[in-house]
Design a protein around this ligand. Structure first.
Ligand code: COA
Length: 151
């Protein structure tokens, strides 16, 4: 098994991060290109990126943006299909969480795709009771808002 390295991706590695998102997050939802706003949020100085790399291959990634309404907001979390359920997503999330906590944040917020809720519950998130309606192409998804306190 290749050794996993978890760290912030370099600028070059961000290309592989975007490719992973496109192939395994967007395309399964019917989107063939990323949202235009993604590039802006990616480039924002206060956005945190984390990636799991195996032999230079990006196998898991997420970002934490400084959202005007939600504060430290986790999104675009994805693990390569052939590497899921092997603990990579948790390791990448834990590394990002540590950075955010060290920077003084009190909680993390996200909107979960319904199939990913069990994953986030495992990581300590709880539903807050509100929903976001995601309209992706022709598909409407109800995404529960979830929150993790970083006490
Ligand atoms: C959700 C996703 C990122 C999880 O990544 P992963 O690398 O497979 O997760 P891990 O293996 O680190 O899982 C951590 C824990 O959550 C559990 N888990 C993982 N996916 C789960 C799911 N869909 N439902 C319930 N539990 C899940 C694991 O069994 C593990 O539990 P354990 O620590 O008790 O053994 C991955 O399935 C994925 O990329 N899905 C498609 C994209 C997506 O939906 N992203 C979320 C958008 S909101």
């Amino acid at each position: 098994m290749p050794r996993l390295e978890v760290r912030a991706p370099t600028l070059d590695e961000m290309l592989a991060v975007r490719e992973l998102r496109l192939e395994e997050l967007y395309k399964p939802l019917g989107l063939t290109t990323p949202y235009e706003s993604d590039a802006l949020v990616d480039a924002a100085q206060d956005t945190i990126h984390m990636a799991g790399l195996e032999d230079d291959r990006v196998v898991s990634t997420l970002r934490v943006e400084n959202h005007p309404s939600f504060g430290h907001y986790v999104n675009l979390m994805v693990t390569a299909r052939d590497r899921r359920r092997q603990g990579l997503g948790r390791k990448v999330h834990d590394a990002a969480e540590m950075l955010v906590r060290d920077a003084g944040a009190s909680c993390l917020t996200l909107h979960a795709e319904p199939e990913a809720m069990g994953f986030y519950e495992n990581l300590g998130y709880r539903e807050t009771g509100s929903l976001a309606v995601g309209i992706i192409g022709q598909v409407v998804i109800l995404c529960p808002k979830m929150k993790k306190e970083l006490a």
